[in-house]
Ligand binder design. Structure first.
Ligand SMILES: [Zn+2]
Length: 263
């Protein structure tokens, strides 16, 4: 039988210490499943060089630089927004850095939304200036995020990772040309709205992701360590949900990923 189409995990925090004891072993299992590449998102400037070093050592790995909303408060205790912009602009020029993010808006973290919007805008500015795509994170702030994206559309495109929400919401992002990250969320039967969204939006607007070590899919169980190897099962689950051949899902989601991030 021919090899199944190669897979890409478009969002995996594989640099986190959760994988320090067995990263090489996990990556070996990924390669056995024909997972050929992964993208490590940025969470804060101190972590960017860690991600970069891993990418230098592993063909097929790429990274992004960004300030995740959960890390913003601590970062801004010792740094200014001007410093952040300077750091982003210089780090994002690296060839292995294929995107700006993850960045975005998160209402659950209780941080000032005005400040979150400023930080997001700063990332959009940098992505625009360097013509790189954005990796977006959004929790309970979709109206504000959509307004930002309409006001200043990122020219090199964007992915909204770990999308969770209705088909109506998903279509608003699709109308703006965004790609949505499909991962652990839709694998839970009770996530009915999100399942409907991923069943109905065009396949051209979907990339596969794990968000490992977080967001474990249903068969792993909430709270357990997630891993990039599960992107293979996520492809199978999406094929089942959409009633499309698994190999088509694998091939086209990887194509979408390569088109957006220039892997
Ligand atoms: Zn993430």
């Amino acid at each position: 039988m021919a090899q199944p189409a190669p897979l890409i995990d478009s969002h995996c925090h594989f640099d986190f210490s959760d994988f320090d004891r067995d990263r090489a072993l996990v990556w070996q299992r990924c390669q056995n499943l024909n997972i050929e590449a992964l993208l490590i998102p940025g969470v804060e400037p101190g972590q960017w060089p860690v991600a970069r070093d891993l990418c230098l050592a592993h063909p097929g790995w790429r990274y992004a630089v960004g300030l995740h909303p959960w890390y913003s408060e601590v970062y801004l205790q010792h740094n200014s927004l001007a410093q952040l912009k300077h750091s982003l602009l210089s780090a994002a020029r690296d060839k292995l850095c294929v995107a700006v993010g993850e960045c975005g808006l998160d209402k659950l973290k209780g941080m000032d939304m005005q400040l979150q919007r400023q930080i997001l805008q700063l990332h959009i500015d940098v992505a625009t200036q360097l013509n790189k795509p954005l990796i977006l994170h959004c929790v309970k702030a979709h109206e504000q995020l959509l307004a930002e994206l309409k006001a200043t559309p990122p020219p090199a495109g964007a992915v909204l990772h770990a999308f969770s929400g209705s088909v109506q919401l998903a279509r608003q992002y699709v109308a703006l040309g965004l790609v949505l990250g499909a991962g652990g969320v839709f694998t839970y039967e009770r996530a009915k709205k999100t399942r409907q969204a991923f069943a109905e939006i065009p396949l051209d607007n979907i990339v596969l992701e794990t968000d490992a070590p977080a967001m474990a899919p249903s068969w792993v169980g909430r709270g357990q360590r997630n891993s990039p190897e599960h992107v293979a099962e996520i492809a199978r689950a999406l094929a089942e949900l959409r009633g499309q051949p698994e190999d088509e899902i694998r091939r086209r989601c990887s194509d979408n990923c390569r088109r957006l991030f220039a892997f």
